[in-house]
Design a protein around this ligand. Sequence first.
Ligand code: KIV
Length: 271
Amino acid sequence: MYLNSDRQKITTARLRQMKQDGEKIAMLTSYDFTLASLVDEAGVDMFLVGDSASNVVCGNATTLPITVDEMIFLTRGVVRAAKHALVVIDMPFGSYQVSETEAVANAIRMLKESGADAVKLEGGEEILPQIRHMIQAGVPVCGHLGLTPQSVNQFGGYGLRAKEQAEADKLLHDAKLLDEAGCFAIVLEKIPANLAAEVTQAVACPVIGIGAGNATDGQVLVLHDMLGLNQGFKPKFLRHFASLAADVKNAVDAYVTAVKDSTFPSAEEQY
Ligand code: KIV
């Protein structure tokens, strides 16, 4: 466990202080009470109930199908587990693009019904009006630039973003706009490390990277990926901090064998 003397609930103000103090921010995704309780106890600073739940929990090929109701349902369990970490809920595809009014209404509903502390949404200048309205309405907003998986059908895949100068310039411009609009943090996904370093220097709010190098103010990973639960997925930026897929399969294999050969339950395991 990371020994942190301050076990109070993390706030957006505390995250900004961590950036100013040069203290790195550790963020992980979570989608259920049991795992989130362990993650919170182990000392993570921020939870993201990511729309990656669409892939990880629901088995969809993309993040596009997950709904506001499904995100709220999953987030409630994480919120109950979060004694320390700040909880961010992802706004799913279609819940903020249509209009400012709809975006603000969905953001408020998602905070009220899930108990999350903040929302995250993907995009820059195109969704600035929505972001401004949410912040004016009192909703803490985390931005998300670079590889934005809800736009996979526009990008045509999940490759590295902002390799070319024009896209890098737009990303830096967008990050400054999000920062000026009052976003409390920005996630940068799968962009060159030197660009992420430039963005991190250029904005006052904390920048959390995934596949964006080591110079950001913090890191985020998908919990099931870093635990090695889906061994088939191993992009360059991902480190497996455990190999739980093998542990799960071995445990289930042992259970099936014990049931089949009638060694489970034993005399001590019955009433
Ligand atoms: O949904 C998600 O898990 C995310 C992270 C990859 C940043 O947005």
